[in-house]
Design a protein. Sequence first.
Length: 434
Amino acid sequence: MSTFRIAIVGAGPAGYFAAQALQNSATEDRDFAIDMFERLPTPWGLVRSGVAPDHPKIKTVAKVFEKIATAGNFRLFGNVELGTDITAEQLQSHYDAVVISTGSALGRKLGIPGEGLFGSLSAADFVPWYNAHPDFADLEVPLDCDTAVIIGAGNVAMDVARMLALEPSELDSTDTADHAIAALRKSSVRQVYLCARRGPEHAAFTSPELRELPKLEHTNVLINKAQVTDAQVRLGEGAEKDVRSNLEAMSLIAGLEETHHERTMHLEFFLAPQEILGNGRVEEMVFGINTLVNGEIVPTGETRSIKCGLVISAIGYQAESIDGVPYKSGKIANVDGRIEGTNMYTVGWAKRGPSGVIGTNKSDASDVMKLLVGDLATQPKQESDLAQSLVGHRVVTQEGWEKINAAEVAAGELLNKPRRKESKADELLKMAGL
Ligand code: NAP
């Protein structure tokens, strides 16, 4: 039996699915010893720090991750950062193959004047803030204004808009960070504008997300019926299934009986971000109004302005670059997941960019692990265990993580929540017994 040692860097869905694909490709003659490195004290990536707290069902995939982690021949090295605590060179020499699954953590920039003003944030900061990510616990989110503008028409923009427009007590039974629940409870935000630069038929939302909007018990949801009907007429029978379903969901919302809740979410289309105005902080969002001419989006030359105190852009992400790992155009440079000229591979958003749902990473990782396994030499390397060079470092092992997990779940039970997340890295390390 030959045991190949594989390092996986990044304990998010793509990393776990890569581990699972390797575990599934073990044979009588060949198996894999998997070491998963994660820079945070906690694993699960976006399942912990991205998925909206009011979507607990999506997080049940974590049970699959824990099964993979406890299947044997798997070690977790939490609180270990590639580029700081270990190098890509070390990994390449100690392991038969290295898998980079570090995701896309940086928010794309709008590149418009005023983007740097206080009160202008990226969803890449706001989302981990409400999800108790240690790096964002101290983020200043000005919620002392009546109106917030969210830019983008994808599911992240939708999550952000919902979090701001929900009645805060609806978050009490969720695993939203304590500091975010406290801040949202004090929030003055009552109008949330979700602004797309193109038409309803171009929106990147998926229809289940749209279809849950009418179920919001304490929020009015407004959408311009004429814009949706126009899109339906434009597309006629030729619309793709997903687009048709989205337009049906939007039409349903637009046709809802008027409600008179304190909070309102507005879905707006054809608004291209132009400038953020304000004296020291965000005061106004200026859009150029777009229109469709022969199927092309073109500016009308007119503008629309929304007075607001908070602007959150949710227009996509890019991967962070890592020392010693080739990087190109916001992703880890790769060909079908292979990082050429190395024994490194990449999966998930780091490989293909920020697209798809959690499950997309399963088939993606499985395809790349097939290549990895096919590329392996006939005999494993005989290097020493890299763990020896981490002696003295506060490493969160699987056992340590299970202690954190159990403590968070137990603290949550008392409050009728799935868990009460700790957002301070040092506290998390203490909970792990370190
Ligand atoms: P996304 O789906 O790619 O949406 C990005 C949005 O930003 C698009 O509407 C895009 O509009 C807009 N945009 C890009 N550049 C812009 C600019 N300069 N000005 C104005 N708008 C701009 O990205 P995402 O929302 O970050 O989501 C990432 C992935 O995670 C997606 O696959 C999503 O489905 C998934 N996700 C899923 C869930 C869920 O399942 N519940 C939740 C969250 C995220 P254009 O189309 O005009 O470029």
